[in-house]
Design a protein. Sequence first.
Length: 216
Amino acid sequence: MIELIVKAVLAYLLGSVLGSLVVGRLRGGVDIRTLGSGNAGGTNALRTQGKVFAFWVMVVDIGKGWLAAGPLAAASLPGMSAAPPWRVWSAAVCGIAVILGHIYPLWYGFKGGKGVATLIGAVLGAAPLLLLPMLAVWLATAVLSGYVGLASMLGALALTVAAALDGYAGRPLLPFFLFSAALIVFTHRSNIARMRAGTEPRARRLWLLGARARFH
């Protein structure tokens, strides 16, 4: 139990390292929380700083999710031993902790991103095959609607459904995916409000691709 708590704390602290702010500091002190939507995630990084900046932001944010739910969760910490049933919860607990760290980062005044890239990394570390339905739904929604926020929410929900259908019912990862999907919807509540008001910006290139597919 102690090992599980220690891992959760380490995962949270790891999650608190925001890719956008790390890359921004290396680029001369750019803080994207003062630009665009004010969010510290990859989408705002792409819109305000361009593709290269956003790429490295995604590398950091996905990488820390993978590191927390993969190697950290599986590691045996010196002088500690997580006996069953606690060890089977390691990936789930570390995954939740790293996402919460990204959304509410200790290092940056608890103002972080929306958690999607870090969730992708955590799934990559804990159950990589489940990324396929998640990313497929994300891509289809983004292409057909142009709404990145909607794509992120539906992708997280698709992850949960795929896990339930793939035999994860009754296993610790399913509650992790359920919690993550709810959290992703919560962090996108402003996107939901803007979509309802008709003011949510679209990723035009993706949406136009979908439009061509529908009309031709």
